[in-house]
Design a protein around this ligand. Sequence first.
Ligand code: TMP
Length: 219
Amino acid sequence: MRNGYFITVEGGEGAGKTSAIDVIVQHLQQMGYNVVSTREPGGIPIAEQIRQVVLDRANTAMDARTEALLYAAARRQHLAEKVIPALQAGAVVLCDRFVDSSLAYQGYARGLGIEEVWRINEFAVNGTMPDLTLWLDVSPEIGLSRIYANTDREVNRLDLERQDFHQRVREGYRLVRERFPQRIVAVDADRDQATIHEELRKVLDSRLSGLSDTPSGKL
Ligand code: TMP
């Protein structure tokens, strides 16, 4: 039986997922929870191998549906080997990206259709969905400017194409949130880090309070 709590973190490039995850882990540990932090695609050897194939820039021939199926396959293996056992052991599992990445990137931004991509993912997740998803909603201009903050180079055509793609990713996340309004909490990630992190702590406090009277590694 599952008795843990499953949290996922989502967002486009430059949203600040990595530092947000550090803050979330620290906060949950301070609250007394046993935290398992992991990522997608990857988190375990088989899924890390799939990650290499799917993110290899040399694989230009990869069909969009193949890509979506590979993400779903990596997701299934990661769930079966790592996430579900940790939830069964009562941990809080924190995952950097999950099914909403596929819905926003493959479903909307790449044009496969959110419902189409949801169908293959429903098969993959087989009922294991996050209890809470924190969507770091960053505008593409700010997200990409953070990524380029330490380089002096000028913005080129590829950057503009990327900006356009990330605008579609953002719109995809917005539509996915409309589909799962109870689960997904949007956090305005255009603001400074301290403000974002404070809001994340508040969301965690309100969502996790009342789940357990004795936060001793068990929920
Ligand atoms: P990262 O930036 O979090 O390391 O993610 C790697 C890339 O994988 C990122 O560009 C988003 C992409 N991705 C998808 O397109 N679909 C998915 O289902 C997942 C998990 C990631």
